[in-house]
Design a protein around this ligand. Structure first.
Ligand code: SAM
Length: 269
């Protein structure tokens, strides 16, 4: 199963960079400030952006005066990150086996990466290995659809007009969308002073079609679910989402509430 997840994820992320920054990356970017704060990032710290994608977290940490680098397993994402953040080093590597020495970073940040790997606890053990004593880890995962309106709009519409639960995506081990699950994971990985909370933000998009396009071009499992629906079903899904999103209209576009769990832990001294 682990290899199947990795292959499925890598194939998806290799296709993502072209559309990511203007699409799904606008949703992940909304949580970068909370992630930097959870990691206590400051000037002069050695900060790793893990599962870095286009390096948005690295760029923001660099702007705070940190020494940054990034790791991701997707060559296409890394090529885009190198163009976007020229001052940082981006390495190819698997989050479960980092190409880094023990105790070489002060902070490791993972923005929406931990839930994409076959064994999240193994990734957090690796994160702990590369941190100095007293070093901090922080990560984000999406909160459950009940709190995450963009996800709820899509899932509800597919339930009404399409075929839910399709898409042939291998599932990683268990969902990860509640603060308690994130705390448990960090504790199992050996972190101290563990905390997790739900943070809310808004995702500004033109309309429901743009929302669906962002999910289709900037995610792995959601893209597979959308890809498994017929063209006719997706037309009805988009129209349903547009109607249901009326309460989120803001000027000419939509301002959709989204939410993430922001979790953190410290390596005991
Ligand atoms: C949702 S994107 C998040 C990207 C970025 N952190 C952001 O905030 O937008 C997930 C990223 O995790 C990477 N990824 C997924 N599984 C990975 C693994 N096992 N090892 C390293 N990177 C992985 C993907 O290539 C992708 O860039």
């Amino acid at each position: 199963m682990s290899d199947a997840v990795r292959r499925f994820e890598l194939a998806a992320w290799e296709l993502a960079p072209g559309q990511y920054a203007a699409g799904f990356g606008r949703a992940t970017a909304a949580f970068v400030p909370a992630l930097l704060a959870a990691g206590g990032v400051g000037a002069g710290m050695r900060v790793l952006d893990l599962c870095c994608g286009l390096g948005m977290v690295a760029a923001s940490a660099q702007a705070l005066g940190a020494e940054v680098d990034g790791v991701d397993f997707s060559p296409a994402m890394l090529a885009a990150a190198r163009r976007a953040v020229p001052g940082a080093v981006f390495r190819q590597g698997d989050a479960a086996a980092l190409p880094l020495a023990d105790g070489c970073r002060d902070v490791v940040l993972v923005n929406f990466g931990v839930h994409h790997v076959p064994e999240p606890v193994q990734v957090l053990r690796e994160v702990r290995r590369v941190l100095v004593p007293g070093g901090r880890a922080a990560f984000t995962v999406w909160a459950a659809p009940a709190r995450n309106q963009a996800w709820r709009l899509l899932f509800d519409a597919i339930r009404r007009h399409g075929v839910p639960g399709t898409g042939n995506a291998p599932s990683p081990q268990g969902g990860l969308s509640e603060p308690g699950q994130c705390v448990d994971l960090l504790v199992r990985a050996g972190f101290a002073a563990v905390e997790a909370e739900v943070v809310e933000a808004r995702w500004e998009v033109a309309d429901a079609a743009a929302l669906v396009a962002a999910f289709r071009t900037g995610t792995a499992r959601m893209a597979a679910l959308i890809g498994a629906q017929s063209g006719g079903q997706m037309q009805m899904v988009v129209q349903d989402m547009q109607d249901a999103a009326a309460e989120f209209r803001d000027g000419a576009g939509l301002s959709v509430p989204i939410a993430a769990v922001v979790a953190r832990g410290v390596v005991a001294l």
